[in-house]
Design a protein around this ligand. Structure first.
Ligand code: CO
Length: 296
């Protein structure tokens, strides 16, 4: 593919390491002081990896969301979730939960009982996808996708593998439906391997590297673990190449892309609306118990 059809990297963002909920280690490329959001995406957290001793595991007990979607992707460990709409279930390695909070949901996201009691390793991601104004107050809904149903593909030589969570890659199409066009891919590249991923012209893209090191885009911009590369919209495809001498190998990255909404964003903690008035209403609805509660 000619180099001019590859998108260039406009910025490389270092993630912030912080603690979320009751003390959960996260690496967060955005929102940070340097990058408020990546429209239509509001937040990306890499949870862990962390090794927990028995009794040490913490999560995010009952809390509300309104106006966007939370997408949880587990690599190691196990989580359990419960919510005010009556859903309850487990998330195991490779599973994805795509939760559309819409008008409002209260949920609990905790490491599994087994990990809380016996300890264990936890690693995963949470992505927040903004909803367009027209969809912010829809009824909450879920897509729970077990690992076995998520399409996986590889190049003939096996040096590039991809799990297709949303969108399309290496001839495989995702099974999850999204309300606006979204691409969410988990790439694994052997040292020295490279991939060129075509994207719809209206989708803005970034890559977040969580293992290994390599290069991204037209100018082979260096990118390493914990960094996110933001691509310009100046070409038909994005590209990634794993460093031949990657210390931690192979390179693993999430490639995430979506069509910017271009709407005003008013955010306050777990509520993301278009105006301050809508945020005030969300707080009143939550405090008034109108987002329900988790029946236990
Ligand atoms: Co939540």
């Amino acid at each position: 593919m000619p180099a001019e059809s590859l998108r260039s990297v406009t910025r490389v963002i270092d993630s912030l390491t912080t603690f979320e909920g009751e003390g959960f280690l996260v690496h967060r490329p955005f929102p940070t002081a340097g990058l408020a959001d990546a429209d239509p995406f509001l937040l990306l957290d890499e949870m862990g990896p962390m090794d927990l001793a028995p009794g040490e595991a913490k999560g995010a007990p009952d809390h509300p969301h309104r106006g966007f979607e939370t997408v949880t992707y587990i690599l190691e460990g196990a989580f359990q979730h419960e919510d005010s709409a009556g859903h309850a279930g487990a998330l195991n390695p490779g599973d994805v939960q795509w939760m559309t909070a819409g008008a409002g949901v209260i949920h609990s996201e905790m490491p599994s009982d087994r990990i809380r009691e016996r300890g264990g390793r936890i690693h995963g991601f949470q992505l927040w996808v903004n909803l367009p104004r027209r969809d912010k107050m829809i009824a909450p809904c879920y897509q729970d996708m077990p690992a076995a149903k998520i399409p996986e593909a590889a190049t003939p030589d096996g040096t590039v593998r991809v799990r297709v969570i949303a969108g399309e890659a290496l001839g495989h199409r995702a099974v999850i439906d999204t309300r606006t066009p979204i691409t969410y891919l988990h790439f694994t590249l052997a040292p020295g391997a490279s991939v060129v991923q075509p994207l719809p012209p209206d989708q803005r893209a970034f890559a977040y590297v969580f293992a290994g090191a390599g290069f991204a885009g037209r100018d082979s911009t260096p990118i390493a673990r914990g960094q996110m590369a933001l691509f310009a919209s100046d070409g038909a495809s994005i590209s990634l190449r794993a460093d031949v001498a990657s210390v931690e190998r192979p390179l693993q990255a999430l490639v995430i892309a979506g069509v910017p909404l271009g709407e005003p964003v008013a955010r306050y903690g777990p509520f993301v609306m278009n105006t301050k008035e809508e945020i005030a209403q969300a707080v009143r609805d939550y405090q008034g118990g109108r987002m329900g509660h988790i029946a236990r």
